[in-house]
Design a protein around this ligand. Structure first.
Ligand SMILES: Cc1ncc(COP(=O)(O)O)c(C=O)c1O
Length: 386
């Protein structure tokens, strides 16, 4: 077959390999980014879907507006501020998960060869979305709080990127969070250089410790914000959204028309029912208390079974723990050994678009109980020493 040339450049699909290995029932997987299945509010959602059928009937099954279900956009607009001001409905569009938001942004803004700046390391799905529109990825050096503004400033003297992509809260994969001063400084550099910032925030509400911080879009202009219900409700619903100025939203809608006309309207209506019942805050609270416990279990298991062989970043929210094995050079080399021990992680290399060799790994704790986490880390220790 004559596939498009970028498909060849996209290389091996490690995620596919991992998902295949995860099918094995005795496998303990720390590899996915899955929310805990047992915590999905399935019965409440069932009620919400039923209510949509009972109260709204056939119109809930009709073609609908590309920008999303108006009452849901209204609700979303109230949750956000843009540059300290109220958000208008025209500044919101609903997407099929935030992954579609990433893809629509890429399709709408990128010409082949354009430079996109990303964190070091960064979310693989974003790299995939940007590369499929032929972007050139450049990684901005990061410290414990993410992007270093001085390094960004230096890079902006050399290149003119289309945008900077970042995940300020409980970053995927590193679990890091960007402090308030850093947010302000980063936006100052971005604004001085007319640099558009894509703020991806799937994890911000999964906060175990500390006070909530303002979103970048709240603090500055030139920000496109991506939100999603995947991690706080259920990813299978595929409901995400974009907040940006109305001109950008209009352009994104034009792109979306050619992609899927609109996101599933029945689901948007059911999600709104859930929100209107006021169920989300309590649900997020229970998620946080379970995930906090699982995060603690993972930290303790690592300290117990791997001790000073590992350096880790303890996340204060989100789904992932990022760790570096001190005694090995390439975590990719140990994937087969860990599969033999029936445990999975994602090797750090996957999160560096330059494909560098690293001894880091991403470990997901949200989808395993503390007992399974303990067992899995024990297996991991065995595999690494094998
Ligand atoms: C940083 C980040 N952005 C976007 C997504 C995609 O989420 P959604 O299910 O909303 O498409 C994920 C999913 O893991 C993610 O980690």
């Amino acid at each position: 077959m004559q596939y498009a040339s970028w498909m060849e450049a996209s290389g091996k699909s490690f995620i596919g390999e991992i998902l295949k290995a995860a099918q094995n029932h005795s496998m303990i997987s720390f590899a996915g980014g899955l929310p805990a299945l047992e915590l999905f509010p399935d019965q409440a959602l069932q009620r919400c879907f039923e209510r949509v059928f009972e109260e709204q009937g056939k119109p809930a099954l009709q073609y609908a507006q590309t920008s999303g279900y108006h009452p849901l956009r209204e609700w979303l607009a109230k949750q956000h501020k843009r540059e300290g001001k109220e958000v208008a409905i025209e500044e919101i569009m609903v997407t099929t998960g935030s992954q579609q938001g990433l893809s629509l942004v890429a399709q709408t803004f990128l010409d082949p060869g354009d430079v996109v700046l990303v964190e070091t390391p960064t979310y693989l799905g974003a790299v995939q979305a940007f590369q499929s529109f032929r972007a050139r990825m450049m990684m901005v050096p990061c410290d414990a709080q993410g992007i270093i503004p001085e390094e960004l400033e230096k890079m902006l003297k050399q290149v003119t990127p289309k945008f900077l992509y970042l995940i300020p809260n409980y970053q995927n994969p590193s679990g890091k969070i960007m402090g308030l001063e850093r947010r302000i400084e980063l936006l100052r550099v971005a604004q001085m250089n007319d640099l558009m910032v894509i703020e991806d925030n799937p994890y911000g509400n999964l906060r175990f410790e500390g006070e909530p911080l303002p979103d970048l879009i709240e603090l500055g202009n030139n920000v496109i914000y991506l939100g999603t219900f995947s991690k706080v409700l259920a990813p299978g619903l595929r409901v995400g959204y974009v907040v940006a100025n109305s001109d950008i939203i209009e352009h994104l809608c034009k792109t979306k028309e050619g992609v899927d006309l609109h996101s599933n309207t029945l689901t948007q209506r059911a999600v709104l029912e859930f929100l209107k019942e006021g169920l989300l805050p309590g649900h997020i609270q229970s998620l946080c208390s379970v995930y906090r416990e699982r995060r603690n279990a993972m930290v303790q298991a690592i300290e117990k079974h791997l001790g000073d062989e590992v350096e880790m970043i303890i996340p204060s929210g989100g789904l992932f723990l990022w760790a570096r094995f001190k005694k090995i050079t390439n975590s990719y080399d140990y994937v087969q050994a860990t599969i033999r021990q029936n445990v999975l992680y994602v090797p750090g290399e996957v999160f560096y678009p330059d494909g560098r060799v690293t001894s880091e790994v991403r470990l997901n704790y949200s989808s395993s109980t503390p007992e399974i986490i303990e067992e899995g880390i024990q297996r991991l220790a065995r595999a690494i020493r094998e």
